[in-house]
Ligand binder design. Structure first.
Ligand code: G6Q
Length: 565
């Protein structure tokens, strides 16, 4: 039976999750070890790095700079086990409806299932459909790339503009940017925001006769995307001077065949995916088409292979050597036992600059939940506030708070051993910064060390005493480091899938549904109602806003008045 773990049974019998034996054991353990300093643990154990790191093909995960002992890890993994993680992972892989609020399977793993082993949803193997869409994506993208797909006036396509938002934007945008060294196709641009500025700037300087729009929307009803798509259609038809041009200049990525046809997109140019692909997990599906246009199908297949390799690792490696599981339980450790509210992702690679934004959605939309699988309000922290920025830029901005602020911020440092741009000593400096930061966060600087440093500078005793407290770094601040051999489609696929499974594992432990997003649905509903009122106010109509609070009504009226002036 789905979600019938040891902890599920205890919670259903009335024990709060945090009072169950594995949680109590961890809480007690934290009280015992909270005084331990990582610098002492390193000093006392020369093998700590070897014991607390895992290497798989192309990726090294070092988690030795965490406030944990072997016992901590054992207790955390026991919690994962008692939460039914192995069973839940198997249920996901076998197509069970683990997204229970929407009664859907969760099968992004099928999209990158390079083994081609059958994956059944309601008794039907989805692999033939997955492969058929991939083959159509290959043919379409190849025709755009080799110029055989021509625009309405006979010119080849020089620029592809992807229109989508949220899950239909962040993944393909992040991946396209990350894999820039592999671009050998037409230029790919992205439009997401309903703010017209986004669209206007994206098409600036483009020739409509050489531009193709990809409208990416699972539902094909999202306000922002449909508004941008309508503007794109007008821009194209005005530019080419022929309404029938839409057929050769638009493609759609969607689950909603009917709405795509109504919009006027040629069914030949529609690439399907399925309700068992969550938006934020959809880059591996037809939503990846802009990536295929940019880097070509064989490279996209390498991305899928990287994801698949991580799936096998997640499903097969023992928990104590399982990278996503380790990432997940460490996150639970800090969120639920040590008291951290946020988690920073710090890629030391300019190509990965959009990774924090991408993971922000993946993580916060998945585990930003407060109701458990029995419909009850939880009384413990769930998904962390995820944030970050590429290094070294972040160092000159918010690292101050991570080093000396009052809050604990566990960090993921991500770097690559080899750079695509081996220019002078840039890369050595970049990675030296990354490694030095993780060390400084862990080691800190004691009063003695700070005092000696000030004396070395020859400061008078009075000034040393005054400055001393400001130059002390507590240290003992945790981080993981993920070192990729090189940023390639394959290693990127592995990295993304590792975070996906981390998120899944945490959702299982917190007993939330990581695969619905009612908060997003609410936003979509509210936007429609408010727009209707706003348009009537702008037209000068009398509108009854009594249903709103005074701030909302006041802002609506103020906007309409100012805009009409
Ligand atoms: C993702 C969310 C959300 C969604 C967007 C776009 O998991 O559901 O970010 O991707 O709201 O939705 P459409 O793809 O349906 O336009």
């Amino acid at each position: 039976m789905l979600f019938d773990s040891e902890l599920d049974r205890l919670v259903r019998a009335g024990t709060p999750l945090t009072e169950t034996p594995p949680w109590r054991a961890l809480a007690g353990h934290w009280r015992r070890i909270c005084g331990l300093e990582m610098r002492d643990m390193f000093a006392g154990d020369p093998a700590r790095f070897r014991r607390f790191s895992v290497a798989i093909d192309g990726l090294l995960f070092d988690y030795s700079k965490n406030r944990i002992t072997e016992e901590t890890l054992g207790l955390l993994l026991a919690l994962a086990e008692a939460s039914g993680l192995p069973e839940a992972a198997a249920a996901m892989a076998s197509g069970e409806a683990i997204n229970w609020t929407e009664r859907r399977a969760v099968l992004h793993m099928a999209l990158r299932n390079r083994s081609n082993r059958p994956v059944l949803v309601n008794g039907r193997d989805v692999m033939p459909e997955v492969n058929a869409v991939l083959e159509r994506m290959r043919r379409f993208a190849t025709a755009i790339r080799d110029g055989s797909h021509r625009g309405a006036t006979g010119l080849p396509i020089r620029t592809v503009v992807n229109i989508g938002i949220g899950g239909s934007h962040l993944g393909p945008e992040m991946i396209t940017q990350a894999l820039r060294p592999f671009h050998d196709g037409p230029e790919v641009r992205f439009v997401s925001n309903v703010d017209a500025t986004d669209f206007v700037e994206a098409v600036r300087g483009l020739n409509p006769a050489e531009t193709l729009f990809i409208v990416a929307s699972k539902t094909f009803t999202t306000q922002e995307t449909m508004t941008n798509a309508a503007s794109a259609r007008r821009w194209l038809v005005d530019g080419v001077g022929d309404a029938s041009a839409v057929a050769r200049h638009f493609a759609a990525l969607s689950t909603n065949r009917e709405a795509v046809a109504t919009f006027g997109i040629d069914p030949e140019n529609m690439f399907e995916f399925w309700d068992w692909v969550g938006g934020r997990y959809s880059s591996w599906s037809a939503i990846g088409l802009p990536v295929v246009v940019a880097i070509g199908f064989p490279r996209f297949e390498e991305l899928l292979e990287g994801g698949h390799a991580m799936d096998r690792h997640f499903l097969e490696a023992p928990l104590e050597r399982n990278i996503p599981v380790l990432m997940a339980v460490l996150g639970v450790w800090y969120a639920n036992f040590v008291g951290a509210a946020s988690h920073a992702v710090l890629p030391y690679d300019q190509y990965l600059a959009r990774l924090p934004a991408y993971l922000q959605q993946a993580d916060m939309e998945s585990n930003g939940k407060s109701v458990d699988r029995d419909g009850r309000r939880v009384d413990y922290s769930t998904g962390p506030i995820l944030w970050g920025e590429a290094g070294t830029n972040g160092q000159h901005a918010f690292f101050q708070l991570i080093h000396q602020g009052t809050r604990l911020v566990p960090c993921d440092f991500i770097g690559c051993a080899r750079s695509h741009n081996p220019l002078a000593d840039h890369h050595a400096k970049l990675i030296a910064n990354m490694i030095a930061q993780s060390e400084a966060l862990m080691v800190g600087r004691t009063r003695g060390e700070a005092g000696a440093e000030l004396e070395r500078r020859g400061l008078p005793a009075g000034q040393v005493a005054e400055l001393l407290p400001h130059l002390v770094f507590e240290g003992n601040r945790p981080s993981n480091t993920i070192l990729l051999d090189e940023l390639t489609p394959r290693t990127l696929g592995t990295l993304i899938a590792a975070y996906e499974h981390k998120i899944f594992t945490q959702g299982v432990i917190w007993r939330v549904n990581s695969f619905d997003q009612w908060g997003v649905e609410l936003g979509k509903m509210l936007a429609a109602r408010t727009l209707d009122e706003e348009l009537r106010l702008l037209a000068g109509d009398e509108v009854d806003l009594a249903g709103h609070d005074s701030s909302t009504a006041g802002l609506l009226r103020a906007f309409a008045e100012k805009a009409r002036r």
